[in-house]
Design a protein. Sequence first.
Length: 333
Amino acid sequence: MELDVAGIEQAVATGAPPSDSRINALLAEAFAHASKHSEGTVAHYIPILSRADPEAFGLCIADVSGGLHELGDTRRQFSIQSISKAFVFALVCEAIGHERALEIVGVNNTGLAFNSVVAIELNDGHPMNPMVNAGALATTALVPGRTADEQWEAVREGLSLFAGRDLRMDDEVYESESHTNLRNRAIAQLLASYDRIERDPLDVVDVYTRQCSLSVDARDLAAMAATLADGGVNPVTGERVVSATVCRDTLAVLAASGLYEASGEWLFDIGLPGKSGVSGGLITVAPGKVGIGSYAPRLDLAGNSVQGQIATAYLSRAMGLNIFASGSHFRSE
Ligand code: DON
């Protein structure tokens, strides 16, 4: 989609991050700029998501020194949905290591929809990457735990450490998605038929559905993103959640496939790893600098939050976050 960034000058990413007051000013500008957009529609394939307020918009920046900058509906709760995939992948990488994650789950973009069954067939049953449903289910299957309940608790605790507070599941979202997730059950069973999942596939879908139903707000997302920006240490609690190596690996996957089939366009315009979810959440990570979390439930055709993307594009340019935007070492213009 068109990110409405014409005229917003690209600041280089190689300098120091802006001051607190400058971040607050740019946050307000990005918020006002994105607020002018009302394109897109709220997701409805999970029935309860269609009840979201299309006007809701919250934008939050958490910096790696523990500062929080927020505007709008940053306290409104919503289900984390696919954004959970990034953090469960990080937890699994921590448990099984770089090589096995690469081999079992994969890191290449499928170029197909996030819930594609065809992608599995085209790749001999390989799930391809952890940001599509097949790869996310294969990833959740690898979460340590003897039983599905133990795995679920490991996921809930792990994501809570990223957020810096105790996260809870939204029971209504879980019920709604559990009644309608036939496609995910089909995907898990197909993966099991290729011996890509070693646990009961329907148990895996249940843990995955729970993880997608965790309730968060834009501040939680910013804190979770800032933990990935800070080499795996939550900048508010000071607690290490995953290693710096795992952080690096997770961000590489997000850069390649965090925004579905639109990941290339996102990287071209914004130049940062990110992950979106169908409830309208979006995280963006500027390594060593900030995490951005937003909530705006109107989605574009690829399933990404319209206002979230526009606000993030604004911040990436104005704050000099795009990791590809260097200045010359010898010239200071
Ligand atoms: O499995 C699903 O379809 C939802 N729980 C999550 C979908 C979503 O956010 C987009 N996924 N990449």
